[in-house]
Design a protein around this ligand. Structure first.
Ligand code: DGL
Length: 215
């Protein structure tokens, strides 16, 4: 099957690698939408236009299943895409909040773009899954995806230092942006004992099930 995948750059390659591990024989098309990075601070209208252009390209290349390998585009656009393209199967990635709340973590920190942090979906995920004994903080990381995209180490460390240094006793960190999975090791140094969680394996398992059950 032809599988299309896109992100605002290289973050989504982490999702694609997880999918390819389970499904090595499918045909993959990846759009690294570097020139529109970051998605995290675009208005809803601009973001939909950008995302729609990627979907059209992938559809024209023959993709029947499209993975939105971007938490921001998923939380903001997937509902409308499903209505606008009923012939395409869309799979999105969301901050893996449920994985964190299902673990025995007491203090959970969710790192994501401003758009994801401000999305209704992120708050719904928290309201539906947080247990009474758990604390969760949604932390927007403006500039971080862009710094990762540019591979600017000094910017990455500046942003991480400013944002993360005041958080203690964190048991689980949810990487709610696919770009952040690329700097998992750096983030881990701020929380040496915390479990770092991203949504890539969950998405890969979901895509695998979908494809194996297709007629
Ligand atoms: N990698 C994306 C995400 O998962 C988008 C980052 C950005 O472009 O702001 O949210």
């Amino acid at each position: 099957m032809k599988i299309g995948i896109f992100d605002s750059g290289k973050g989504g390659t982490t999702t694609m690698s997880a999918i390819k591990e389970l499904l090595p024989n499918e045909e993959y098309f990846y759009i690294s939408d570097h020139e529109n990075c970051p998605y995290g601070d675009k208005t809803d209208e601009t973001l939909y236009e950008i995302v729609n252009a990627n979907v059209l390209k992938l559809k024209n290349w023959g993709a029947k299943l499209i993975v939105i390998a971007c938490n921001t585009a998923t939380t903001k656009c997937i509902k409308k895409l499903r209505l606008d393209y009923p012939d395409i199967i869309f799979v999105g990635i969301e901050p893996a909040i449920k994985v964190a709340t299902d673990s025995n973590a007491k203090n959970i920190l969710v790192l994501a773009t401003s758009n994801t942090v401000n999305s209704k979906r992120a708050h719904t995920l928290i309201n539906e899954n947080l247990k009474p004994n758990q604390n969760i903080t949604l932390l927007a990381c403006p500039g971080l995806a862009d710094a990762i995209e540019k591979n600017s180490l000094s910017e990455i460390y500046n942003i991480l230092d400013t944002l993360l240094k005041n958080y203690n006793n964190i048991d689980a960190v949810v990487l709610g942006c696919t770009h952040y999975s690329l700097i998992k090791n750096k983030i881990q140094t701020y929380f040496p004992t915390a479990k770092l969680i991203d949504g890539n394996d969950g998405v890969a398992r979901y895509v695998y099930k979908l494809i194996k059950n297709l007629p």
